[in-house]
Every structure is written in C-alpha cells, then in structure tokens.
Design a protein around this ligand. Structure first.
Ligand code: KG4
Ligand code: ZN
Length: 369
C-alpha cells in the first residue's frame, strides 16, 4: 500500500478512529492523542435488548448499515476533510469477528483511497487510553490498569505507552457480564449494569452477604460465576417468580422504563439484594486492583471499560484515599467509543507502527500475557 503519512497536516496529528468490535458503531477524530475533536457512537441496544444480549449476526448487519453515516458525522463534527488526517486507526480485536470486519474493511478502504497509514489497535488498549483525553499527561508510570467491561476484567501493569504485563484476569464471567446476567435473571432489561447501578443506592448492602471468590493460584485473578449463582439461589429461595414476571411483562410494553417505574416494580428485599451484589463486585474489583498496584509500586491507576461508569465503583475508589491518583475516563468514553482507539493509535503513529491492507481482524487478540 502506498502510504503518505502527513504529521504536519493542518493542526497537528489528527487521527480518525473507527470502532466496531461489539454492538456500537463508532468513529471519532482525536488530535495529538488527547484533544477530542469529535466522537460519534451509534448504539444497537434496541436491536439486541429483546434477546437479552448481543446477537453477533445482527450486530454485523447493523454495523454495515451505520458505518458510512457514523464516519461522515465524525468528520463533519471535527470540521475535518480527509486531507487533514494523518492516519486512520481501527480496532483489530478482540471482539466479534463479523463486527470487527466491518470497521476493518471500512478503515482499509479509506486508507487505500486517500493514501493514509492504517494503525491497528487492540480494543483493550483503547479502553486504557480513554483517559488520555482527560489525564494522559499526568499518568505517572508504572501505572496499574483495571479494564472492566462486558467482555473483559483484566489487570495490567503499564510501563510507558506500549508495554503491558498481565497481572490478573477473570477466570469465567467478566464483571459487566455478571451485571448483565444478574439483571436478566431478576427480570431487568439489557444491559443490566446501568439499571442495577441506579437501583443499588435504594437498597441496604449490609442486609445480606454474597460470597467473595477465593482464588487458588494467582490471587489477582477474578471470578464472578459464583456470585451470579449465589444471586440465583437467593431468587429461588425467595420464590420471586411473580415479582420477576411482573417486570418482564412491564418491559414488553415499556422497553425503556424510567428509574421511578423500576423502583415501583422493585420491592425493598430486591433493592437490598442489588445493593449487596453491587457492593460485592466493587469489593472484588478494588481489593485486587489495590493489591496489584501495591505489588508493582504503581504511581497511578486507570479504571476503564463500561463498568467504570459505575457510580458506586467511582465513589468507592475516591473514598479509598489511595496514595496515588486514580483516573476514570468520562462515562461517555468509558463504554465503547472510537476516540479511545484514535488516542491509543497516537504513540503507535509516532513509532511508525503501521498496518498494511493485509492486516486481519483478530477476534481473540490479546494485549499481554
Ligand atoms: O466497554 P463496554 O461498552 O463494552 C465491552 O467492551 O464490553 O461495556 C459494556 C458493559 C456492559 O456489561 C454493561 O452492563 C456495563 O458495561 N456497564 C455497567 C455500567 N454501565 C455499563 N456496569 C455497571 N455499572 C454501570 N453504570
Ligand atoms: Zn469495550
């Protein structure tokens, strides 16, 4: 491929990011790795909500439908033409292969047509770089990164822009997946994380205690399947069929209930269970993140990914008064977006780490072992 890298394009290095790894089609333009010029996210939530999770084939089709408009809007919002760009960055993996291919093919087509360099970015690395828009320059190394989303619960040691060491990860469900599964079994809609987060403050987390995972081997690994089963056992023991089917029934007529409507459908004992579940997830995440940070003598911590939107987790991290700064991306940049992909591509652009038209989407790409 003929590549014309143009770092002196008007206004510094502008990178167009494209993200399509799961159920969000996103494009964004970021200047010099940290200045957000535009960010467009087209969500497929309504398409998947009735299935209680993402349906891969539907996701690919929706990406195809949305990608052209989303990229055009991102360019317009940034006030950019293709001549102003220095590169196009795209999520290479991990994710759903059909979804990844849409973004990858679109990014390659732009690069081919415009003679721009292509930068492949790991989705998890993208989540970590979402803080660059806020805090990048103050991120002191070594840093501890906790990436916690619907597909990932990973702890990494970060040294500089490109060096990662995996310290721990989930052995079963990701934390966001646990939120989504628990919400589903309780009769709430998808995705469950935001709903349970909003309801949790109305319950008493001390009213019951769910088990914490005891990890054999690496104590920095996570496990959430036992917690999910404990909630299921609690539901069975409390004969909640009527209550749960009332919520499911309600959802059929009102796909997006308000908080007030959810509260009317949620008795106190269920609010308490939600609060106790959320408390357990937060404890599991923060105790391991703090232990990992101590192990590597971290000078800062990054918590990112969809679950980083959680208000209880943010509050608990603040209350912990840790001896280093803890950075969360803004909620809009915590869930899947393309600005994080463009930001993560910036150091790679400087190192000249460009892909070719032969670059492949990789559904199980890893960041570090
Ligand atoms: O990062 P993301 O948008 O996509 C993945 O890469 O997975 O994360 C989506 C996940 C879902 O599981 C969703 O339930 C969870 O993030 N999530 C939350 C909150 N907002 C989103 N979990 C807990 N509390 C929230 N406020
Ligand atoms: Zn993600």
């Amino acid at each position: 491929m003929q590549v014309t890298s143009n770092p002196n394009a008007a206004g510094g290095v502008k990178i167009l990011g494209i993200e399509s790894s799961c159920d969000e089609t996103a494009a964004a333009v970021v200047q010099d790795g940290s200045r957000l010029l535009s960010s467009i996210v087209s969500s497929q939530l309504d398409v998947h909500a009735k299935y209680g999770g993402v349906v891969p084939e539907l996701a690919s089709r929706e990406h195809l439908r949305a990608i052209t408009v989303v990229v055009r809007q991102a360019m317009e919002q940034a006030g950019c033409s293709y001549q102003d760009l220095s590169a196009v960055a795209v999520t290479q993996g991990p994710g759903l292969v059909g979804s990844l291919l849409v973004g990858m093919t679109y990014a390659k087509a732009i690069c081919y047509a415009r003679g721009l360099p292509l930068v492949g970015v790991n989705h998890i690395e993208g989540h970590i770089h979402a803080v660059a828009m806020d805090a990048g320059s103050q991120l002191e190394m070594p840093a501890l990164a906790l990436v916690v989303s619907g597909g990932h619960t990973h702890l990494f040691e970060m040294r500089g822009d490109s060096s990662y060491r995996l310290l721990g990860k989930t052995r079963d469900d990701a934390a966001g997946e646990a939120y989504d599964k628990v919400a589903k079994l309780l009769g709430y809609s998808y995705p469950g994380g935001p709903i349970l987060d909003v309801l949790a403050p109305y319950g008493n987390p001390a009213a019951m205690r769910f088990p914490r995972a005891k990890m054999k081997g690496n104590p920095l690994d996570f496990s959430f399947s036992g917690l999910k089963t404990a909630v299921l056992r609690w539901v069975e023991a409390n004969h909640m069929d009527g209550e749960i089917s009332a919520r499911r029934q309600f959802l059929r007529h009102t796909p997006r209930p308000s908080v007030e409507q959810w509260l009317l459908l949620t008795p106190q004992r269920t609010r308490d269970a939600i609060a106790a579940f959320q408390q357990t997830v937060i404890d599991e995440l923060l105790t391991r993140a703090e232990a990992a940070a101590e192990q590597i003598d971290a000078q800062s911590m990054v918590i990112s990914g969809g679950v980083a939107c959680n208000t209880g987790l943010r509050q608990a991290a603040r209350n912990a008064r840790l001896p280093y700064a803890v950075f969360f991306p803004t909620p809009a940049l915590s869930t899947d977006n393309a600005a994080m992909i463009a930001a993560a591509a910036f150091p790679k652009f400087h190192r000249g780490e460009f892909g070719t038209l032969a670059m492949k989407a990789n559904a199980s790409l890893t960041l570090a072992t």
